[in-house]
Design a protein. Structure first.
Length: 311
């Protein structure tokens, strides 16, 4: 080592290593700053929604949406909780449909994906084509409605809110891709020990597929939680109205009242908090489902990454 390599007793650090350290530091700094900005941009709209739901309607009309309520008001929530029993019933229906539908959807999706991922199943390509074919062509709304109402007799039942959304071909493909990445040696060793197909599926494949199950489960839960269209088509019983459809009807009634007041010559229609009510509905509808996401976040990225890369 030359004298140039040592400076005041400090250890010699190659230029390449110093450059690599600087590159990693720069990359980490840019990454953290970018993610922080992105996180703030994701949080800001929700803060705006909560603030607007607590602002007087006249202030929203004149000043627009503000991050802090200029004139505090809980009138929107008062109207929303005017009939608490109906709102609670809608919550119970939505929670029940979401829980049952997500469980059954995960069971059917994972079982279908497991069968399609088995290379020793000689009909798997035929079944895969059958599932894929349904993504290209659809029978239309009228045949679907007739099937649910006339043939399956599901009108005004909870099944009308659960069955139509239980299976999604895209979720089957993602789950199949994930299960195909599981080593075949695990299945073969279980067969040697005398395990049957269902035992292999339940005790080996499902525990190894937790990231994919969490990801698909989140998608199914969000779909069931936000669904109002099936209730619009198949539900007329007030006791089976889910949360999203209940809020949709309430907002429609509010808009109808505003139009009626305007047609009657009412000068001031800002007393009806339609904008604030929309924001309050958003808070009430999205709050519970947001509380679930942190518990499955650690599985979400891994499940989506593996399901997207493996083919």
């Amino acid at each position: 080592m030359n004298a140039k390599d040592v400076s005041f007793g400090k250890p010699f650090v190659p230029a390449v290593r110093r450059r690599s350290h600087l590159d990693r530091t720069l990359f980490s700094t840019i990454g953290y700053v970018s993610l922080t900005i992105l996180a703030v941009l994701c949080i800001v709209p929700f803060i705006l929604v909560v603030s607007s739901s607590l602002t007087e309607e006249s202030t929203i009309v004149v000043e627009g949406y503000q991050f802090l309520p200029l004139h505090f008001s809980t009138e929107a929530y008062s109207i929303l909780f005017q009939y608490p029993q109906q709102l609670i019933n809608a919550y119970v229906v939505t929670i029940g449909v979401t829980a049952v539908g997500t469980f059954l959807g995960l069971f059917l999706t994972s079982m279908t994906a497991y069968v399609l991922s088995r290379k020793d199943f000689k009909w798997r390509n035929h079944f895969a084509f059958y599932f894929f074919f349904t993504t290209l062509f659809s029978g239309g709304l009228v045949p679907w409605y007739l099937l649910i109402v006339n043939y399956l007799q599901m009108k005004d039942t909870a099944l009308a809110l659960i069955v139509p959304m239980m299976l999604n071909v895209f979720y089957i493909i993602v789950m199949k891709s994930f299960m195909s990445s599981i080593p075949e040696a695990i299945v073969e060793s279980a067969k040697i020990d005398g395990a049957g197909d269902f035992r292999i599926y339940a005790q080996l494949i499902l525990p190894l597929s937790k990231p994919a199950l969490a990801t698909i489960g989140l998608f199914l839960a969000l779909a069931y939680w936000n669904d109002w269209y099936n209730a619009l088509l198949f539900v007329s019983n007030e006791k089976l109205v889910p949360l999203q459809y209940y809020l949709y009807k309430m907002l429609g009634n509010m808009d109808g009242m505003r139009k009626a007041m305007m047609s009657a010559g009412a000068v001031n229609t800002t007393s009806l908090p339609s904008e604030g009510l929309k924001m309050a509905m958003t808070v009430v509808a999205t709050g519970p489902i947001l509380a679930v996401y942190p518990f499955i976040q650690k599985y979400f990225v891994q499940g989506m990454t593996i399901g997207a890369v493996k083919g």
